[in-house]
Design a protein around this ligand. Structure first.
Ligand code: SAH
Length: 486
């Protein structure tokens, strides 16, 4: 059986700009031939047993020969495999996708094309520049700025380009920028025409330089590939439309130390606010073998974390086993996790800490309580309930263990503006793995985490209130704003 080749665009770099179809095909592929300029997380969607082959090219640097890429494509497809050829941006826009499709056609291999968000449009949009505009540009041209330097004659018709009635977007033109500007002016574009150069569009560290044809070469000297150059009156709209840089955490790097499984939601929220996120998980949650509890013996069940909620419900036949029992949850995330499994918690304290739950239960008569939680944990809640005469049993559902932190990640975390801690265990395990924590400002989710920090000799720069991931994000935003004003 013959395989198939999918020529797939991976978008310009922001993982959020991968298409749904691209993610789906990456997840099904037997073999993925990928380029350098794909989003860093794109391959996370691949099957564990997929073969991943790097076939990237880097400007004038090391080149993986195109013929070799095409040979591999055909070879794997002939062997009956499902092949994804994953390219930055769009596969048919300066991506040599056309050549690869032709090679498939010639070889009789079926292929499909999945368009991607191309850099010329995406980097412009992230820089606050619409490539067309009703009054300013009625067309847009994608142009290569990289010409074969061995060719004596330029392949580009510069007078025609200069006369083009619309926006010009140059790909691969960083080194040729002075020549591009010169030739456009020579061809009749006004030297005052606005120009924007966008480096690393949609990626962390995106940088934009605005100028005119007269001065852009000078201004953009520090710019490195990948970058697009956009020529036309629309470029000046950036002065009013720049939005990326306005986001509250723009330009800040935030390290997230919580377990990988729980980090993604927090990381996504931080990224949406403009932060660059370093995922540096210090802990991992390991489920423990636990016998099914006989809930009929209790009148109160306390759940202290989203993890505990999920693990507890996993043990039960279904939510009805909690009928008639008061269910208390610490934190809105825990309450959400219960609701997702069909359990509406009766008590959710406004303060998301054990002390908050102790207060909230003041009026509740408790005979026998079960506390579903991590195997190790603070004694505040059981002690307080026992003091009130309740019988308390602890159900340790999972334990928190160290996640090894590699050197590069530890370094990136140490260089961040903020390091966030969402539990005492993230503090202990992160410090054990990373050693010190001198540069970044330390963000703590609440008093128990702050206490662990102080015990280790570190003073949190900020503490969230409410003591939830949302509260932590809000505290970071407030702190960043205060420091920007200072
Ligand atoms: N097929 C790709 C283009 C590949 S050519 C697409 O559709 O986007 C490589 C060139 O694309 C780079 O030299 C640069 O000019 C541009 N490019 C790719 N990613 C970019 C990014 N994130 N920001 C700015 N330019 C980018």
């Amino acid at each position: 059986m013959s395989g198939i080749v999918h020529l797939v665009g991976a978008g310009p770099g922001d993982p959020g700009l991968l298409t749904v179809r691209a993610v789906e095909l990456i997840g099904k592929a037997d073999v993925i031939l990928y380029d350098r300029l794909i989003p860093p997380t794109a391959l996370d969607h691949a099957r564990e047993d997929a073969e991943l082959i790097y076939v990237g090219k880097q400007g004038d640097g090391p080149q993986f020969p195109q013929e070799e890429t095409e040979r591999l494509l055909l070879e794997h497809a002939r062997a009956g495999r499902r092949v994804v050829r994953l390219k930055g941006g769009d596969p048919f826009v300066f991506g040599r996708g056309g050549e690869e499709a032709l090679a498939c056609r010639e070889a009789g291999i079926p292929f499909e094309v999945v368009p991607g968000v191309t850099a010329g449009v995406a980097a412009s949009a992230y820089a606050g520049i619409p490539v067309t505009h009703r009054d300013l540009a009625s067309g847009v041209a994608f142009v290569t700025g990289h010409e074969d330097p061995r060719k004596p004659e330029s392949a580009l018709d510069w007078p025609a380009l200069a006369a083009f009635p619309g926006t010009l977007v140059f790909y691969m033109g960083v080194r040729a920028l002075p020549r591009i500007a010169e030739r456009l002016v020579a061809g009749g574009r006004p030297a005052t025409e606005p120009v924007a150069v966008v480096e690393r569009g949609t990626m962390p560290g995106q940088r934009t330089v605005l100028g005119t044809l007269a001065d852009i070469a000078e201004r953009a000297q520090g710019i490195r590939a990948p970058a697009i150059t956009l020529v036309g009156p629309v470029a000046a709209l950036r002065e009013q439309l720049a939005w990326l840089e306005q986001r509250p955490l723009y330009g800040r790097t935030v390290a997230v130390t919580r377990a990988r499984a729980q980090a993604s939601a927090l990381a996504a929220r931080l990224r949406a606010l403009g932060a660059e996120v370093v995922e540096a998980p210090a802990i991992r949650i390991r489920s423990l073998e636990v016998a099914k509890p006989d809930l009929s013996r209790y009148d109160l069940v306390c759940v202290t974390s989203p993890n505990g909620a999920e693990r507890l419900l996993d043990l039960l036949r279904d939510a009805r086993e909690l009928a008639g029992i008061t269910v208390a949850a610490i934190g809105p995330g825990t309450a959400r996790a219960l609701r997702a499994r069909g359990v509406e918690p009766d008590v959710v304290p406004s303060r998301a800490v054990a002390e908050g739950l102790v207060d909230a239960l003041r009026e509740v008569r408790v005979g026998r309580a079960l506390i579903a939680r991590a195997s190790e944990g603070r004694d505040v809640l059981p002690d307080a309930l026992r003091e009130r005469g309740a019988e308390v049993e602890l159900l340790g559902l999972y334990e928190t263990v160290a996640e090894p932190l590699d050197g590069a990640t530890a370094e990136a975390a140490a260089a961040a503006d903020y390091v966030t801690f969402t539990s005492a265990s993230t503090v202990r395990f992160f410090l054990a793995a990373a050693g010190a924590l001198d540069g970044p400002r330390i963000a703590s989710i609440g008093p128990a985490t702050s206490a662990a920090l102080r015990e280790a000799g570190f003073e949190p720069g900020l503490e969230a209130d409410p003591h939830t991931p949302d509260g932590l994000v809000a505290a970071l935003v407030a702190d960043a704003a205060a420091r920007a004003r200072a």
